[in-house]
Design a protein around this ligand. Structure first.
Ligand code: NAG
Length: 190
């Protein structure tokens, strides 16, 4: 009898603790650490993507359309902003295999030079990357031979992506404004 009356408060203590724990965990946790090994495993992979970006501003079916311009800088001047849905192909020809689309916007963000602010998602349709995308936010001084644009994120297989894109113009038609740009993208998962 002496033993069971001693054990009763201890049992009650455990029961209360158990209930309290259950109630706490029901609400979940706001943040949690992800196992280091999972992070390290993802970091090992670096992916190189190579494709051609076709910016078509002329003709009946443009893939880049101007949506705004500044009154004080008419024409293609400072402040001009375009929305694009540009095809990405495997080779430099527009007729080569479609591997994705570049959807987003660019704006002339320099008062004196053709320098763009690029805010663009590159969504892929090819192979295992079908449905995955990378997000680019960067400065694009289009007259430079090679421009470096930061990859700030991604989705699908590119979730938590970090990296950079190197853009090099291979064709620019001064009469129409159409351009083809070769991209080399290096992506790691952080
Ligand atoms: C990509 O995925 C979409 C939707 O899941 C599918 O309709 C399409 O056929 C796929 N494309 C390729 C090239 O596998």
């Amino acid at each position: 009898m002496a033993n069971s009356s001693l054990n009763f408060p201890i049992f009650t203590f455990f029961l209360v603790t158990l209930l309290a724990t259950t109630i706490t965990t029901t609400y979940g946790t706001f943040s949690d650490e992800v196992s280091e090994t999972i992070i390290l495993k993802r970091q090992e992979e670096t992916t190189h993507l190579h494709f051609y970006f076709h910016d078509i501003v002329s003709g009946k079916n443009p893939t880049a359309v101007k949506i705004a311009e500044a009154q004080s800088f008419p024409g293609i001047g400072f402040g001009s902003t375009f929305i694009i849905d540009d095809p990405l192909t495997e080779g430099p020809e527009l007729t080569s295999k479609l591997v994705g689309r570049a959807q987003g916007m660019y704006a002339l963000a320099s008062q004196n030079n053709p320098e763009l602010l690029m805010v663009i998602n590159y969504e892929f349709v090819e192979g295992k990357y079908n449905g995955s995308s990378i997000s680019v936010l960067g400065r694009n001084p289009v007259m430079h031979d090679v421009r470096e644009l930061p990859v700030v994120g991604g989705s699908g297989l590119f979730r938590l992506a970090r990296g950079y894109a190197l853009a090099h113009t291979v064709m620019f038609d001064i009469a129409t404004g159409d351009a083809t740009v070769e991209y080399d993208v290096y992506v790691t998962l952080s």
